[in-house]
Design a binder for this molecule. Structure first.
Ligand code: FAD
Length: 464
């Protein structure tokens, strides 16, 4: 039996998609930079079906790429020509929620927003948030070890996930859901699979560790002139307000794009070079924290403008100026997109030297920088630079600079296809050898997402 017929037998005719129009949304990534022509999109509904699909593809020697919400930004979740897209969207059951142990079970295809809603209905929360919440799935979030806006308080995804169920490359199913908070029995396969970007296993369910939420009582938008000033403000706020929940930043150019494409109102009468956004919770038991924050910020010489709000409508208005940056950049064009992290004491050097390394390789590049300032996490979007990046010259210029300053070439989006070539900048040959050994042990035939993550050529596709 040929592979497609076998897949139809497993998941049913309607869930093996080959019609080009129906395949299109799965075949191109969110940024529109990465795309391929898959053999088919397969949409299983149970872990048993996922296992059978993996076995069938392995037997036919056809690689597959797991896909959740397809909001990934490094080309890891879209197919290369001839691969099978394994969509986990139909694994969408949610619950049970254990209010005492504070955990929630969710199928891999459940979106972050659904998990947040279910947790909040029980008076709890997830401790993870970012603007792709309505589409990004918990399977994708686990596979990318996603970060976002709550990392400074609650950590990246690997701190918020207690257990997983996954199908390995031979079709076997590992299930590590833990009813206890302490469990030191053997190698930590859960943590190994988190951040593996679909290269070591297909995640079919996630056990999320929930938190007791804190109430946000104040949100501040602060305008400053330079990155050094931004860090001065961040230090002062962190020092005086242990209840700080989020600290984000964006620049004038990014705000202009949000005003232009997303039609939002400008936050201040006059423009400023750089903006900081803070969320303050009631965590340190100070009911007047909003006023105290206004007082602190108002007393800092480097603060050029300031607004502190408390209602949820006002908060949303300020947060949209930050969260809509990714969409606004995308509305302007297809950027060369990087997601780097710098030690905080190198952040201003990075921003100062960026134009100098980019201009020689992409004369017309327009950098739009924003991100999560508490972690030194900068989303670098270079508009008008894609043509010059065909051979990777633009990526290389920026990532060389990041590595020379002791930073990370991928803070939260992952490696995928976009960054694989540059893994050697920050990982030693011993490190890479250990990673290859893990991949070889768990996926000896290279069936799962070949060519992503490790800087090795993908094995040639076998045609079914
Ligand atoms: C507007 C916007 C804002 C964003 N903001 C942030 C942010 O603040 N922080 C952040 O970290 N990311 C952010 N992202 C990136 C993206 O949303 C995250 O990487 C998210 O975790 C991807 O989830 P997904 O379900 O869309 O995964 P996909 O895009 O479908 O896949 C991403 C990767 O995970 C793998 N994968 C997906 N599902 C599974 C599975 N079940 N089993 C195994 N592997 C799987 C894929 O093969 C691929 O390697 C943003 C993206 C957008 C578009």
């Amino acid at each position: 039996m040929d592979l497609l017929a076998g897949l139809r037998e497993i998941v049913g005719d309607t869930h093996v998609v080959t019609d080009p129009d129906a395949v299109a949304p799965y075949a191109q990534d969110w940024t529109r930079r990465w795309h391929g022509k898959p053999l088919a999109v397969v949409r299983p509904a149970t872990v048993a079906q996922v296992s059978a699909v993996v076995r069938a593809c392995a037997a036919a020697g056809v690689p597959l790429v797991p896909q959740g919400g397809n909001t990934g930004l490094v080309g890891a979740g879209v197919p290369q020509d001839g691969e099978v897209v394994l969509s986990l969207a139909r694994l969408d059951s949610i619950g049970p929620l254990d209010p005492l142990g504070k955990t929630l079970m969710a199928g891999a295809g459940v979106t972050l927003a659904q998990v947040q809603r279910t947790a909040r209905e029980a008076g709890l929360d997830v401790g993870l948030d970012f603007s792709a919440r309505d589409t990004a799935t918990v399977g994708g979030i686990a596979a990318t070890n996603a970060g976002g806006e709550r990392v400074m308080r609650h950590g990246v995804a690997r701190f918020r996930i207690r257990g997983l169920e996954a199908v390995l490359a031979d079709g076997s199913v590992v299930r590590r859901m833990s009813t206890v908070a302490k469990d030191n029995t053997g190698y930590d396969l859960v943590q190994l699979l988190i951040g593996s970007e679909g290269t070591l296993g297909v995640i079919t369910a996630v056990q999320v560790d929930l938190i007791h939420p804190r109430k946000i009582i104040g949100t501040a938008l602060v305008a400053v002139s330079t990155v050094d000033d931004a860090l001065t403000v961040l230090r002062a706020v962190q020092h005086d307000f242990p209840g700080l929940e989020a600290a984000e930043f964006f620049h004038h150019d990014g705000l202009q794009l949000v005003l232009k494409h997303e039609r939002r109102a400008r936050p201040f009468d006059r423009p400023h070079p750089l903006y900081l956004l803070f969320d303050l919770s009631d965590g340190d038991g100070r009911p007047d924290a909003g006023e105290e924050l206004t007082e602190l910020l108002g007393g800092l010489d480097c603060v050029r403008d300031l607004v502190v709000v408390s209602t949820s409508a006002e908060r949303r208005r300020l947060w949209e100026l930050r969260e809509l940056q990714t969409d606004a950049v995308s509305a302007e064009g297809v950027p060369v997109k990087l997601d780097v992290a710098l030690p905080l004491n190198q952040l201003s050097t990075f921003e100062r030297r960026l134009a100098g390394v980019v201009r020689p390789v992409a004369r017309h590049a327009m950098p739009i920088l924003f991100g999560h300032i508490a972690e030194g996490n900068v989303h670098v979007n270079l508009l008008n630079a894609l043509d010059e990046d065909a051979e990777g010259a633009v990526m290389e210029a920026v990532l060389d600079l990041v590595a020379s300053l002791g930073g990370s070439i991928s803070a939260e989006h992952g490696i995928g296809l976009a960054n694989a070539r540059w893994l050697t900048l920050t990982r030693s040959s011993a490190d890479l050898a250990a990673m290859r050994a893990i991949k070889q042990a768990l996926d000896p035939e290279g069936i799962l997402s070949p060519g992503r993550m490790l800087p090795d050529a993908a094995p040639a596709l076998k045609r079914p």
